[in-house]
Design a protein around this ligand. Structure first.
Ligand code: PHE
Length: 335
């Protein structure tokens, strides 16, 4: 008897239809006054005492399942005037596709993670800035070419207001508001008046860093950047510093890493030099410390800045900067 009911449960579970007639027949067969379930309940009095409990249990399961099935199938049906079913339950459902992180976000997060491990905090600031925070506080001479309209987007009505060309402006804000020791990085979006091509864009992302304390030396800068390069590009990575110029650092340098693609042997990405330029850095110019109210006799510091787009290109072999902004999912899904 129990087996029979279990067989009926299986039958109920397997039943499916999008046809009103068929569902009604199913309901009559199982749930009407003369249906299977009622018949079985009538049987109950004939079941031996010791089997009553189990019998009742499975019978209730059968009843509930049959009721649920009828309700479920009815809910899924909508009829039009002709009585034909509109919804085809046999059609596959809509598939929800999962998105992926943008490569710039992936690399930015990785860079942030490395520097937070070294004790750097994260600072953010406005994208629309004034001349003081982007240039003057950073020791840019009045006639420095970076102030030229060629490089910077100024607000027409007020040339004192501009779109930041680097996130060094955020570090000026940190120096204004905090006392050394300062150890912070500022990730963010920056803007430059450049013609858009495979190698340049008017919008890109940077991570800049600033470390000010007593006795901060060039050796600290080198060691920090070496650690960073190895963490991001692999243990075998080597670094090389070349003298350079920035208004806000003295001495200044540009840092290359050994080419991650050919391992330093020479390839078309490193233009057969074995080295790739990835960031600018240097010791904070005492003028900058003084402009921001920090005693340049007591304190020294280092700073560095890098473009995330460029680092992402090197890490993943992306050949065209414009791909980052087009949001073509065929590109974005690869990361
Ligand atoms: N601010 C520089 C740039 O945008 C990068 C930099 C930061 C260089 C700090 C040296 C020190 O190119």
């Amino acid at each position: 008897m129990i087996n029979k009911i279990q067989g009926l449960i299986t039958e109920v579970e397997a039943f499916s239809s999008a046809n009103v007639e068929e569902i009604e027949q199913f309901r009559i067969k199982f749930l009407s006054k003369k249906g299977i379930v009622t018949d079985l309940f009538n049987e109950f009095k004939n079941v031996p005492q010791d089997a009553k409990k189990e019998f009742g249990l499975v019978l209730n399961i059968l009843k509930n399942k049959a009721q649920e099935k009828v309700e479920f199938l009815k809910q899924n049906i909508e009829e039009d005037e002709s009585g034909k079913v509109k919804i085809d339950l046999s059609l596959p459902g809509d598939i929800e596709t999962l998105g992926t992180r943008h490569p710039i976000s992936i690399v930015r997060n990785e860079i942030i993670e490395i520097f937070t491990r070294l004790g750097f905090t994260i600072s953010e600031g406005p994208e629309i800035e004034d001349d003081w925070h982007v240039f003057s506080a950073l020791n840019f001479a009045e006639d420095h070419p970076a102030r030229d309209m060629q490089d910077t987007f100024f607000i027409e009505k007020n040339p004192d207001i501009l779109l930041r060309t680097h996130t060094s402006s955020v570090q000026v804000r940190v120096m204004e508001n905090e006392k050394p020791p300062i150890r912070t990085i500022s990730p963010g979006r920056v803007f430059r008046n450049e013609a858009i091509s495979a190698r340049a864009h008017c919008i890109f992302h940077q991570v800049e860093g600033l470390y000010i304390d007593t006795n901060v030396s060039f050796a600290d800068l080198k060691q920090t950047l070496l650690y960073f390069a190895k963490e991001l590009f692999g243990e075998k990575t080597q670094i090389r510093l070349r003298p350079s110029f920035f208004p806000f650092t003295e001495p200044s340098a540009e840092m290359d890493i050994s080419c991650s693609l050919c391992g330093g042997k020479g390839c078309n990405v490193c233009k057969y030099t074995g080295w790739l330029e990835i960031l600018g850095c240097g010791m904070v110019d005492p003028n900058v410390l003084e402009s921001n109210g920090i005693d340049s006799v007591k304190y020294t510091g280092f700073a560095f800045g890098m473009g995330i787009e460029r680092i992402t290109m090197l890490k993943y072999g992306v050949r065209d900067l414009r791909l980052y902004f087009e949001n073509d999912v065929r590109f974005l899904r690869q990361f």
